[in-house]
Write a protein that binds this ligand. Structure first.
Ligand code: NOJ
Ligand code: MG
Length: 551
Protein backbone atom coordinates (compact mmCIF):
# COMPACT_ATOMS: atom_id res chain seq x y z
CA UNK A 1 0.00 0.00 0.00
CA UNK A 2 1.18 3.49 -0.78
CA UNK A 3 0.78 6.55 1.39
CA UNK A 4 -2.47 6.82 3.34
CA UNK A 5 -4.07 8.80 6.08
CA UNK A 6 -1.82 11.54 7.35
CA UNK A 7 0.87 10.98 4.74
CA UNK A 8 0.24 13.31 1.82
CA UNK A 9 1.83 12.33 -1.48
CA UNK A 10 3.51 15.63 -2.15
CA UNK A 11 4.26 18.97 -0.60
CA UNK A 12 0.87 20.33 -1.71
CA UNK A 13 -1.33 21.26 1.29
CA UNK A 14 -2.98 18.25 2.89
CA UNK A 15 -6.49 19.51 2.17
CA UNK A 16 -5.86 19.29 -1.57
CA UNK A 17 -4.98 15.63 -1.17
CA UNK A 18 -7.51 14.67 1.46
CA UNK A 19 -10.82 12.88 1.24
CA UNK A 20 -13.21 14.57 3.71
CA UNK A 21 -16.06 12.85 5.50
CA UNK A 22 -18.96 14.85 6.92
CA UNK A 23 -20.34 13.78 10.27
CA UNK A 24 -23.77 14.97 11.35
CA UNK A 25 -23.39 14.30 15.08
CA UNK A 26 -27.05 13.70 15.92
CA UNK A 27 -27.16 10.82 13.47
CA UNK A 28 -23.74 9.23 13.42
CA UNK A 29 -23.49 7.15 16.60
CA UNK A 30 -24.97 7.33 20.10
CA UNK A 31 -22.97 6.49 23.23
CA UNK A 32 -25.51 7.08 25.99
CA UNK A 33 -28.74 5.53 24.77
CA UNK A 34 -30.75 8.73 24.46
CA UNK A 35 -31.31 8.06 20.76
CA UNK A 36 -29.26 11.08 19.73
CA UNK A 37 -25.75 10.72 18.41
CA UNK A 38 -22.97 12.39 20.41
CA UNK A 39 -19.24 13.10 20.52
CA UNK A 40 -18.35 9.93 22.41
CA UNK A 41 -20.34 8.01 19.79
CA UNK A 42 -18.22 9.53 17.03
CA UNK A 43 -15.08 8.68 18.94
CA UNK A 44 -16.12 5.05 19.29
CA UNK A 45 -16.30 4.69 15.49
CA UNK A 46 -13.12 6.53 14.49
CA UNK A 47 -11.38 3.26 13.77
CA UNK A 48 -14.09 2.46 11.21
CA UNK A 49 -13.41 5.74 9.45
CA UNK A 50 -9.67 5.12 9.49
CA UNK A 51 -10.39 1.68 7.99
CA UNK A 52 -12.43 3.35 5.25
CA UNK A 53 -9.38 5.49 4.60
CA UNK A 54 -10.76 9.03 4.76
CA UNK A 55 -8.29 11.68 5.87
CA UNK A 56 -10.36 14.39 7.47
CA UNK A 57 -13.66 14.76 9.28
CA UNK A 58 -15.99 17.72 9.09
CA UNK A 59 -18.15 17.63 12.19
CA UNK A 60 -21.43 19.58 11.94
CA UNK A 61 -22.38 21.75 14.97
CA UNK A 62 -22.30 20.30 18.47
CA UNK A 63 -22.39 23.64 20.31
CA UNK A 64 -24.87 24.70 22.94
CA UNK A 65 -28.10 25.28 21.11
CA UNK A 66 -31.88 25.32 21.55
CA UNK A 67 -31.85 23.08 18.42
CA UNK A 68 -34.54 24.87 16.43
CA UNK A 69 -32.21 24.26 13.46
CA UNK A 70 -30.52 21.24 15.07
CA UNK A 71 -27.42 23.12 16.11
CA UNK A 72 -27.11 25.73 13.37
CA UNK A 73 -28.74 28.03 15.94
CA UNK A 74 -25.90 28.50 18.39
CA UNK A 75 -26.37 29.94 21.87
CA UNK A 76 -22.75 29.46 23.00
CA UNK A 77 -20.00 29.03 20.42
CA UNK A 78 -17.47 27.85 22.98
CA UNK A 79 -19.47 25.17 24.77
CA UNK A 80 -20.63 21.70 23.80
CA UNK A 81 -24.36 21.10 24.09
CA UNK A 82 -25.01 18.58 26.89
CA UNK A 83 -26.83 16.39 24.35
CA UNK A 84 -23.50 15.81 22.65
CA UNK A 85 -21.22 15.72 25.71
CA UNK A 86 -18.81 18.32 27.00
CA UNK A 87 -15.48 19.94 26.13
CA UNK A 88 -13.56 17.01 27.57
CA UNK A 89 -15.39 14.72 25.16
CA UNK A 90 -14.42 17.04 22.34
CA UNK A 91 -10.77 17.08 23.38
CA UNK A 92 -10.79 13.30 23.62
CA UNK A 93 -12.36 13.00 20.19
CA UNK A 94 -9.78 15.31 18.67
CA UNK A 95 -6.88 13.52 20.34
CA UNK A 96 -8.12 10.10 19.22
CA UNK A 97 -8.69 11.31 15.69
CA UNK A 98 -5.22 12.82 15.52
CA UNK A 99 -3.71 9.62 16.89
CA UNK A 100 -5.28 7.81 13.93
CA UNK A 101 -3.98 10.38 11.46
CA UNK A 102 -7.42 11.93 10.94
CA UNK A 103 -7.77 15.71 10.72
CA UNK A 104 -10.85 17.35 12.19
CA UNK A 105 -12.58 20.49 10.98
CA UNK A 106 -15.62 21.89 12.74
CA UNK A 107 -18.55 24.05 11.74
CA UNK A 108 -18.39 27.77 12.44
CA UNK A 109 -21.70 29.60 12.15
CA UNK A 110 -20.82 33.27 11.73
CA UNK A 111 -23.88 34.62 9.93
CA UNK A 112 -26.38 34.24 12.76
CA UNK A 113 -26.76 33.15 16.37
CA UNK A 114 -29.69 31.60 18.17
CA UNK A 115 -32.29 34.06 19.45
CA UNK A 116 -31.42 32.62 22.89
CA UNK A 117 -27.77 33.56 22.62
CA UNK A 118 -27.09 35.97 25.51
CA UNK A 119 -25.96 38.55 22.93
CA UNK A 120 -29.38 38.56 21.30
CA UNK A 121 -31.25 38.32 24.58
CA UNK A 122 -29.49 41.51 25.61
CA UNK A 123 -29.88 43.12 22.17
CA UNK A 124 -33.64 42.76 22.21
CA UNK A 125 -34.02 43.83 25.83
CA UNK A 126 -33.70 47.53 25.07
CA UNK A 127 -32.83 49.76 22.11
CA UNK A 128 -29.93 51.14 24.11
CA UNK A 129 -28.52 47.79 25.21
CA UNK A 130 -24.82 47.12 24.73
CA UNK A 131 -25.46 44.38 22.18
CA UNK A 132 -28.19 46.16 20.21
CA UNK A 133 -25.90 46.91 17.27
CA UNK A 134 -24.61 43.32 17.17
CA UNK A 135 -27.71 42.46 15.14
CA UNK A 136 -29.47 44.12 12.22
CA UNK A 137 -32.42 46.25 13.38
CA UNK A 138 -34.58 48.50 11.21
CA UNK A 139 -37.86 50.35 11.40
CA UNK A 140 -40.64 48.86 9.31
CA UNK A 141 -42.15 50.40 6.21
CA UNK A 142 -45.47 52.19 6.42
CA UNK A 143 -48.44 49.93 6.93
CA UNK A 144 -46.57 47.58 9.24
CA UNK A 145 -44.52 46.14 6.37
CA UNK A 146 -41.04 44.69 6.96
CA UNK A 147 -38.06 46.91 6.05
CA UNK A 148 -37.46 45.25 2.67
CA UNK A 149 -38.68 42.35 0.51
CA UNK A 150 -36.04 39.77 1.44
CA UNK A 151 -37.37 36.26 1.84
CA UNK A 152 -36.09 33.81 4.47
CA UNK A 153 -34.83 30.30 3.69
CA UNK A 154 -37.15 27.28 4.09
CA UNK A 155 -40.47 29.10 4.02
CA UNK A 156 -40.73 31.09 0.82
CA UNK A 157 -43.73 33.00 2.07
CA UNK A 158 -41.86 34.26 5.13
CA UNK A 159 -40.05 37.59 5.20
CA UNK A 160 -36.52 37.52 6.52
CA UNK A 161 -37.59 39.99 9.21
CA UNK A 162 -39.39 39.57 12.49
CA UNK A 163 -41.00 42.41 14.40
CA UNK A 164 -39.88 42.70 17.99
CA UNK A 165 -42.81 43.95 20.05
CA UNK A 166 -40.83 45.15 23.03
CA UNK A 167 -38.46 47.46 21.17
CA UNK A 168 -40.70 48.21 18.18
CA UNK A 169 -38.22 47.35 15.43
CA UNK A 170 -37.64 44.48 13.02
CA UNK A 171 -34.59 42.20 13.13
CA UNK A 172 -33.06 40.47 10.13
CA UNK A 173 -32.79 36.69 9.79
CA UNK A 174 -31.87 35.03 6.50
CA UNK A 175 -32.98 31.71 8.05
CA UNK A 176 -35.52 31.00 10.80
CA UNK A 177 -36.78 33.77 13.08
CA UNK A 178 -34.88 31.93 15.84
CA UNK A 179 -31.62 32.69 13.95
CA UNK A 180 -31.06 36.47 13.99
CA UNK A 181 -28.28 37.63 11.65
CA UNK A 182 -25.20 39.10 13.27
CA UNK A 183 -24.19 42.59 12.20
CA UNK A 184 -20.61 42.29 10.98
CA UNK A 185 -20.44 46.07 10.49
CA UNK A 186 -20.11 46.22 14.28
CA UNK A 187 -16.42 45.81 15.18
CA UNK A 188 -17.26 44.08 18.46
CA UNK A 189 -18.98 41.30 16.48
CA UNK A 190 -15.88 40.82 14.34
CA UNK A 191 -13.74 40.60 17.47
CA UNK A 192 -16.08 38.18 19.18
CA UNK A 193 -16.32 35.89 16.18
CA UNK A 194 -12.55 35.95 15.65
CA UNK A 195 -12.24 34.99 19.29
CA UNK A 196 -14.39 31.93 18.61
CA UNK A 197 -12.01 30.86 15.84
CA UNK A 198 -9.04 31.26 18.19
CA UNK A 199 -10.78 29.29 20.93
CA UNK A 200 -11.04 26.22 18.71
CA UNK A 201 -7.73 26.68 16.89
CA UNK A 202 -6.03 26.82 20.28
CA UNK A 203 -7.73 23.51 21.12
CA UNK A 204 -6.12 22.02 18.05
CA UNK A 205 -8.78 21.80 15.36
CA UNK A 206 -7.47 21.58 11.82
CA UNK A 207 -9.89 24.13 10.48
CA UNK A 208 -13.47 25.13 9.85
CA UNK A 209 -16.40 24.67 7.57
CA UNK A 210 -17.90 28.14 7.57
CA UNK A 211 -21.69 28.20 7.41
CA UNK A 212 -23.32 30.68 4.98
CA UNK A 213 -20.04 32.56 4.90
CA UNK A 214 -21.15 34.79 2.04
CA UNK A 215 -23.71 36.27 4.44
CA UNK A 216 -21.29 38.09 6.72
CA UNK A 217 -21.41 41.18 4.54
CA UNK A 218 -24.71 42.89 3.74
CA UNK A 219 -25.41 45.83 1.47
CA UNK A 220 -25.57 48.72 3.98
CA UNK A 221 -28.73 50.06 2.30
CA UNK A 222 -30.47 46.68 2.54
CA UNK A 223 -32.15 47.30 -0.85
CA UNK A 224 -35.12 45.24 -2.05
CA UNK A 225 -34.18 42.19 -4.12
CA UNK A 226 -35.00 43.19 -7.70
CA UNK A 227 -38.07 41.92 -9.53
CA UNK A 228 -36.75 38.84 -11.36
CA UNK A 229 -35.17 37.33 -8.26
CA UNK A 230 -37.52 38.68 -5.60
CA UNK A 231 -38.96 35.62 -3.92
CA UNK A 232 -35.73 33.60 -4.01
CA UNK A 233 -34.39 33.30 -0.44
CA UNK A 234 -32.03 36.19 0.05
CA UNK A 235 -29.31 33.89 1.38
CA UNK A 236 -28.93 32.53 -2.17
CA UNK A 237 -28.47 36.07 -3.56
CA UNK A 238 -26.42 37.92 -0.97
CA UNK A 239 -23.08 38.82 -2.58
CA UNK A 240 -21.42 42.10 -1.62
CA UNK A 241 -17.81 43.34 -1.79
CA UNK A 242 -17.29 43.94 1.93
CA UNK A 243 -17.53 40.20 2.61
CA UNK A 244 -14.24 39.71 0.78
CA UNK A 245 -12.45 42.15 3.09
CA UNK A 246 -13.78 40.28 6.08
CA UNK A 247 -12.70 36.98 4.60
CA UNK A 248 -9.16 38.26 4.15
CA UNK A 249 -9.00 39.06 7.87
CA UNK A 250 -10.36 35.62 8.75
CA UNK A 251 -7.88 33.94 6.42
CA UNK A 252 -4.97 35.88 7.94
CA UNK A 253 -6.06 34.80 11.41
CA UNK A 254 -6.22 31.13 10.38
CA UNK A 255 -2.98 31.20 8.42
CA UNK A 256 -1.35 32.71 11.50
CA UNK A 257 -1.61 29.30 13.16
CA UNK A 258 0.96 26.61 12.47
CA UNK A 259 0.13 23.41 10.66
CA UNK A 260 -1.82 24.31 7.55
CA UNK A 261 -5.26 24.92 9.04
CA UNK A 262 -8.03 25.21 6.50
CA UNK A 263 -11.28 27.11 6.01
CA UNK A 264 -13.90 25.63 3.69
CA UNK A 265 -16.77 27.98 3.01
CA UNK A 266 -20.37 27.25 2.33
CA UNK A 267 -21.03 29.86 -0.34
CA UNK A 268 -24.58 29.04 -1.26
CA UNK A 269 -24.71 30.97 -4.50
CA UNK A 270 -25.68 29.03 -7.56
CA UNK A 271 -23.19 30.50 -10.01
CA UNK A 272 -19.84 28.75 -9.86
CA UNK A 273 -18.19 31.85 -11.29
CA UNK A 274 -19.41 33.88 -8.31
CA UNK A 275 -18.42 31.18 -5.83
CA UNK A 276 -14.92 31.30 -7.34
CA UNK A 277 -14.48 34.92 -6.22
CA UNK A 278 -14.64 33.76 -2.59
CA UNK A 279 -11.23 32.16 -2.94
CA UNK A 280 -9.89 35.69 -3.47
CA UNK A 281 -6.31 35.61 -4.68
CA UNK A 282 -5.32 32.81 -2.39
CA UNK A 283 -6.18 35.14 0.48
CA UNK A 284 -9.83 34.33 1.27
CA UNK A 285 -11.29 30.80 1.52
CA UNK A 286 -8.93 27.88 0.98
CA UNK A 287 -11.85 25.90 -0.39
CA UNK A 288 -15.48 26.63 -1.21
CA UNK A 289 -18.31 24.23 -1.74
CA UNK A 290 -19.69 24.26 -5.25
CA UNK A 291 -23.36 23.33 -5.25
CA UNK A 292 -24.49 22.74 -8.86
CA UNK A 293 -23.23 19.10 -8.76
CA UNK A 294 -25.35 18.55 -5.68
CA UNK A 295 -28.41 19.28 -7.77
CA UNK A 296 -27.28 17.87 -11.12
CA UNK A 297 -29.28 14.91 -12.43
CA UNK A 298 -27.41 11.69 -13.16
CA UNK A 299 -26.92 12.46 -16.86
CA UNK A 300 -23.92 13.03 -19.05
CA UNK A 301 -24.52 16.60 -20.21
CA UNK A 302 -25.44 18.23 -16.89
CA UNK A 303 -22.37 16.62 -15.34
CA UNK A 304 -20.10 17.67 -18.17
CA UNK A 305 -21.41 21.22 -17.74
CA UNK A 306 -20.81 21.17 -13.97
CA UNK A 307 -17.26 19.96 -14.49
CA UNK A 308 -16.42 22.44 -17.22
CA UNK A 309 -17.94 25.32 -15.26
CA UNK A 310 -16.06 24.44 -12.09
CA UNK A 311 -12.68 24.01 -13.73
CA UNK A 312 -13.30 26.98 -16.04
CA UNK A 313 -14.09 29.28 -13.11
CA UNK A 314 -11.47 28.05 -10.67
CA UNK A 315 -8.39 27.23 -12.70
CA UNK A 316 -7.64 30.79 -13.84
CA UNK A 317 -7.49 31.74 -10.14
CA UNK A 318 -5.43 28.72 -9.23
CA UNK A 319 -8.29 27.86 -6.88
CA UNK A 320 -8.76 24.24 -5.89
CA UNK A 321 -12.20 22.67 -6.55
CA UNK A 322 -14.39 20.68 -4.18
CA UNK A 323 -16.95 18.01 -5.04
CA UNK A 324 -20.04 17.05 -3.06
CA UNK A 325 -22.86 14.68 -3.96
CA UNK A 326 -24.78 14.70 -0.68
CA UNK A 327 -24.97 16.56 2.62
CA UNK A 328 -27.29 17.09 5.57
CA UNK A 329 -29.41 19.67 3.75
CA UNK A 330 -30.54 17.78 0.68
CA UNK A 331 -31.91 14.40 -0.33
CA UNK A 332 -29.10 11.87 -0.64
CA UNK A 333 -27.83 11.47 -4.19
CA UNK A 334 -29.00 7.90 -4.46
CA UNK A 335 -32.49 9.03 -3.53
CA UNK A 336 -32.33 11.95 -5.94
CA UNK A 337 -31.19 9.78 -8.83
CA UNK A 338 -33.92 7.23 -8.08
CA UNK A 339 -36.64 9.79 -8.36
CA UNK A 340 -35.46 10.80 -11.79
CA UNK A 341 -37.71 9.78 -14.65
CA UNK A 342 -35.26 7.19 -16.02
CA UNK A 343 -35.67 4.96 -12.99
CA UNK A 344 -39.29 5.65 -12.20
CA UNK A 345 -40.27 3.89 -15.41
CA UNK A 346 -38.46 0.65 -14.50
CA UNK A 347 -39.97 -2.33 -12.71
CA UNK A 348 -39.09 -2.79 -9.04
CA UNK A 349 -36.15 -5.18 -9.35
CA UNK A 350 -34.53 -3.44 -12.34
CA UNK A 351 -34.93 -0.20 -10.52
CA UNK A 352 -33.22 -1.52 -7.39
CA UNK A 353 -30.31 -2.91 -9.40
CA UNK A 354 -29.88 0.27 -11.42
CA UNK A 355 -30.12 2.35 -8.28
CA UNK A 356 -27.25 0.43 -6.68
CA UNK A 357 -25.26 0.55 -9.93
CA UNK A 358 -25.63 4.31 -10.12
CA UNK A 359 -24.62 4.78 -6.50
CA UNK A 360 -21.41 2.88 -7.32
CA UNK A 361 -20.88 4.84 -10.51
CA UNK A 362 -21.26 8.10 -8.59
CA UNK A 363 -18.64 6.94 -6.09
CA UNK A 364 -16.09 6.55 -8.88
CA UNK A 365 -16.96 9.95 -10.29
CA UNK A 366 -16.67 11.69 -6.91
CA UNK A 367 -13.36 10.06 -6.07
CA UNK A 368 -11.63 10.53 -9.42
CA UNK A 369 -12.40 14.17 -10.22
CA UNK A 370 -9.74 16.83 -9.75
CA UNK A 371 -10.58 18.56 -6.48
CA UNK A 372 -11.23 17.65 -2.88
CA UNK A 373 -14.16 15.23 -2.41
CA UNK A 374 -16.50 15.50 0.57
CA UNK A 375 -18.39 12.33 1.48
CA UNK A 376 -21.54 12.60 3.57
CA UNK A 377 -21.83 9.96 6.28
CA UNK A 378 -23.63 6.87 5.00
CA UNK A 379 -23.08 7.44 1.30
CA UNK A 380 -20.32 4.83 1.55
CA UNK A 381 -23.12 2.39 2.42
CA UNK A 382 -25.22 3.56 -0.52
CA UNK A 383 -27.90 4.74 1.87
CA UNK A 384 -31.22 6.04 0.71
CA UNK A 385 -33.12 8.72 2.61
CA UNK A 386 -35.35 7.43 5.36
CA UNK A 387 -39.07 7.67 4.82
CA UNK A 388 -40.29 9.83 7.70
CA UNK A 389 -43.90 9.42 8.79
CA UNK A 390 -45.67 12.73 9.26
CA UNK A 391 -45.74 12.43 13.06
CA UNK A 392 -41.95 12.07 13.22
CA UNK A 393 -41.01 15.01 11.00
CA UNK A 394 -38.99 17.51 12.97
CA UNK A 395 -37.05 19.78 10.62
CA UNK A 396 -38.60 23.07 9.49
CA UNK A 397 -36.70 22.74 6.21
CA UNK A 398 -37.98 19.20 5.47
CA UNK A 399 -34.49 17.68 5.59
CA UNK A 400 -35.09 14.78 7.97
CA UNK A 401 -34.76 12.00 5.38
CA UNK A 402 -31.04 12.49 4.77
CA UNK A 403 -30.41 12.87 8.51
CA UNK A 404 -31.56 9.37 9.46
CA UNK A 405 -29.28 7.51 11.91
CA UNK A 406 -26.42 5.46 10.45
CA UNK A 407 -27.19 1.73 10.71
CA UNK A 408 -24.08 0.14 12.18
CA UNK A 409 -25.28 -3.47 12.06
CA UNK A 410 -28.22 -5.67 11.15
CA UNK A 411 -29.58 -6.12 14.71
CA UNK A 412 -32.97 -4.64 15.49
CA UNK A 413 -31.41 -1.52 17.04
CA UNK A 414 -28.72 -1.20 14.31
CA UNK A 415 -26.09 -0.38 16.90
CA UNK A 416 -28.23 2.28 18.60
CA UNK A 417 -29.21 0.63 21.90
CA UNK A 418 -31.62 2.91 23.72
CA UNK A 419 -33.35 2.89 27.08
CA UNK A 420 -36.85 1.37 27.19
CA UNK A 421 -39.38 3.59 25.46
CA UNK A 422 -36.70 5.70 23.75
CA UNK A 423 -36.28 5.59 19.98
CA UNK A 424 -33.52 7.11 17.87
CA UNK A 425 -34.51 10.66 17.01
CA UNK A 426 -35.37 9.67 13.43
CA UNK A 427 -36.25 6.33 11.79
CA UNK A 428 -33.51 4.31 10.05
CA UNK A 429 -33.05 4.35 6.28
CA UNK A 430 -34.65 1.59 4.18
CA UNK A 431 -32.75 -1.73 3.80
CA UNK A 432 -30.85 -1.20 7.09
CA UNK A 433 -31.14 -4.93 7.85
CA UNK A 434 -28.44 -5.59 5.24
CA UNK A 435 -27.32 -2.13 4.14
CA UNK A 436 -25.33 -1.42 7.29
CA UNK A 437 -21.66 -1.01 8.16
CA UNK A 438 -21.13 -4.43 9.71
CA UNK A 439 -22.70 -6.52 6.94
CA UNK A 440 -21.09 -4.54 4.15
CA UNK A 441 -17.72 -4.77 5.79
CA UNK A 442 -18.04 -8.56 5.71
CA UNK A 443 -18.78 -8.46 2.00
CA UNK A 444 -15.88 -7.66 -0.30
CA UNK A 445 -18.29 -6.90 -3.12
CA UNK A 446 -20.18 -4.21 -1.22
CA UNK A 447 -20.31 -0.53 -2.10
CA UNK A 448 -18.50 0.13 1.19
CA UNK A 449 -15.52 -1.86 -0.07
CA UNK A 450 -15.71 -0.02 -3.39
CA UNK A 451 -15.42 3.32 -1.58
CA UNK A 452 -12.51 1.97 0.43
CA UNK A 453 -10.68 0.72 -2.67
CA UNK A 454 -11.24 3.97 -4.52
CA UNK A 455 -9.97 6.05 -1.61
CA UNK A 456 -6.87 3.88 -1.32
CA UNK A 457 -6.28 4.09 -5.06
CA UNK A 458 -6.64 7.86 -5.01
CA UNK A 459 -4.14 8.06 -2.17
CA UNK A 460 -1.49 6.15 -3.97
CA UNK A 461 -1.99 7.80 -7.34
CA UNK A 462 -0.49 11.26 -7.90
CA UNK A 463 -2.60 11.51 -11.08
CA UNK A 464 -5.90 10.91 -9.28
CA UNK A 465 -4.99 13.16 -6.38
CA UNK A 466 -3.35 16.13 -8.04
CA UNK A 467 -3.09 15.37 -11.74
CA UNK A 468 -4.38 17.25 -14.75
CA UNK A 469 -7.93 16.62 -15.93
CA UNK A 470 -8.89 16.28 -19.59
CA UNK A 471 -12.29 15.48 -20.98
CA UNK A 472 -12.33 12.85 -23.71
CA UNK A 473 -14.58 12.62 -26.71
CA UNK A 474 -16.99 9.82 -26.02
CA UNK A 475 -20.21 8.37 -27.40
CA UNK A 476 -23.51 9.97 -26.38
CA UNK A 477 -24.41 9.10 -22.80
CA UNK A 478 -20.83 8.44 -21.73
CA UNK A 479 -18.57 10.82 -19.82
CA UNK A 480 -14.87 10.15 -20.20
CA UNK A 481 -11.85 11.86 -18.75
CA UNK A 482 -8.19 11.31 -18.20
CA UNK A 483 -6.15 12.19 -15.13
CA UNK A 484 -2.40 12.46 -15.55
CA UNK A 485 0.64 13.47 -13.58
CA UNK A 486 4.07 12.68 -14.99
CA UNK A 487 3.92 9.01 -15.92
CA UNK A 488 0.91 8.20 -13.76
CA UNK A 489 -2.34 8.13 -15.74
CA UNK A 490 -5.91 6.94 -15.36
CA UNK A 491 -8.90 7.06 -17.65
CA UNK A 492 -12.47 7.04 -16.35
CA UNK A 493 -15.45 6.10 -18.49
CA UNK A 494 -18.94 6.55 -17.05
CA UNK A 495 -21.99 5.16 -18.78
CA UNK A 496 -24.92 7.29 -17.62
CA UNK A 497 -27.40 5.25 -19.64
CA UNK A 498 -29.31 2.06 -19.04
CA UNK A 499 -27.97 0.58 -22.28
CA UNK A 500 -24.63 -0.99 -23.15
CA UNK A 501 -22.33 1.29 -25.16
CA UNK A 502 -19.28 0.54 -27.29
CA UNK A 503 -16.33 2.84 -26.67
CA UNK A 504 -13.64 2.86 -29.32
CA UNK A 505 -10.36 1.65 -28.05
CA UNK A 506 -8.45 2.84 -31.09
CA UNK A 507 -8.88 5.74 -33.46
CA UNK A 508 -8.66 9.47 -32.99
CA UNK A 509 -11.01 10.20 -30.16
CA UNK A 510 -8.44 11.76 -27.88
CA UNK A 511 -9.45 15.39 -27.60
CA UNK A 512 -5.90 16.54 -27.88
CA UNK A 513 -5.34 14.83 -31.17
CA UNK A 514 -2.78 12.43 -29.81
CA UNK A 515 -4.19 9.79 -32.10
CA UNK A 516 -5.23 7.32 -29.47
CA UNK A 517 -8.76 6.43 -28.48
CA UNK A 518 -9.79 7.14 -24.90
CA UNK A 519 -9.24 3.55 -23.92
CA UNK A 520 -6.51 2.37 -26.29
CA UNK A 521 -4.42 -0.37 -24.72
CA UNK A 522 -5.92 0.13 -21.27
CA UNK A 523 -6.33 -2.34 -18.43
CA UNK A 524 -9.37 -2.35 -16.17
CA UNK A 525 -8.33 -1.35 -12.66
CA UNK A 526 -11.83 -0.90 -11.23
CA UNK A 527 -15.15 -1.88 -12.73
CA UNK A 528 -18.37 -1.08 -10.90
CA UNK A 529 -19.91 -4.30 -12.16
CA UNK A 530 -16.86 -6.20 -10.96
CA UNK A 531 -16.39 -7.80 -14.38
CA UNK A 532 -13.20 -7.52 -16.38
CA UNK A 533 -11.00 -6.25 -13.56
CA UNK A 534 -7.32 -6.92 -14.17
CA UNK A 535 -7.94 -7.58 -17.87
CA UNK A 536 -7.50 -5.54 -21.02
CA UNK A 537 -10.47 -3.26 -21.59
CA UNK A 538 -12.61 -4.65 -24.41
CA UNK A 539 -14.32 -1.38 -25.29
CA UNK A 540 -17.73 -2.33 -23.97
CA UNK A 541 -19.53 -0.52 -21.15
CA UNK A 542 -22.56 -2.27 -19.72
CA UNK A 543 -25.62 -0.29 -18.60
CA UNK A 544 -24.71 2.12 -15.76
CA UNK A 545 -21.16 0.77 -15.67
CA UNK A 546 -18.09 2.79 -14.80
CA UNK A 547 -14.55 1.65 -15.46
CA UNK A 548 -11.32 3.08 -14.20
CA UNK A 549 -8.58 2.18 -16.65
CA UNK A 550 -4.84 2.49 -16.66
CA UNK A 551 -2.29 2.00 -19.38
C1 NOJ B 1 -26.49 25.88 6.08
C2 NOJ B 1 -26.52 24.64 6.89
O1 NOJ B 1 -25.90 23.62 6.14
C3 NOJ B 1 -27.96 24.35 7.19
O2 NOJ B 1 -28.13 23.09 7.79
C4 NOJ B 1 -28.47 25.44 8.07
O3 NOJ B 1 -29.86 25.27 8.28
C5 NOJ B 1 -28.24 26.81 7.44
N1 NOJ B 1 -26.93 26.96 6.90
C6 NOJ B 1 -28.42 27.89 8.46
O4 NOJ B 1 -27.37 27.84 9.39
MG1 MG C 1 -26.57 10.35 22.86
Amino acid sequence: MGPRTGEPLTAAPWWKQAVFYQIYPRSFADSDGDGIGDLAGIRSHLADLAWLGVDALWVSPFYRSPMTDFGYDVSDYCAVDPLFGNLDDFDALLASAHALGLKVIIDWVPNHTSDRHPWFVDARSDRSSGHRNWYVWRDGRPGGEPPNNWVAAFDLSAPSWTFDELTGQWYLHLFESTQPDLNWDEPAVVDAMHEVLRFWLDRGVDGFRADVIHGIGKDPDLPDDPGPVAGIPHCALNDVPVTHERLRDIRALIDGYPGDRVIVGEVFLLSTATVATYYGHDDELHLAFNFPPLFAPWQQHPWTDCIEQAYGALEPRDAWPTWVLSNHDNPRHRTRYDFAAALRREDESTRAARSEARARAAAVLLLTLRGTPFLYQGEELGLLDAVIPAERRVDPGGRDGCRAPIPWDGAADHGWPTAAGVEPWLPFPPESDHRNHHDQRDDNGSILHLYRRLIALRHRSPALTLGAFDLLETPEGVLGYRRTLDDDAYTVLINFTGEGVAVHTTGTMGRHGDGSGPAAGMRVEVSTTGSGEGQAFDGWLAADQVVLLRP
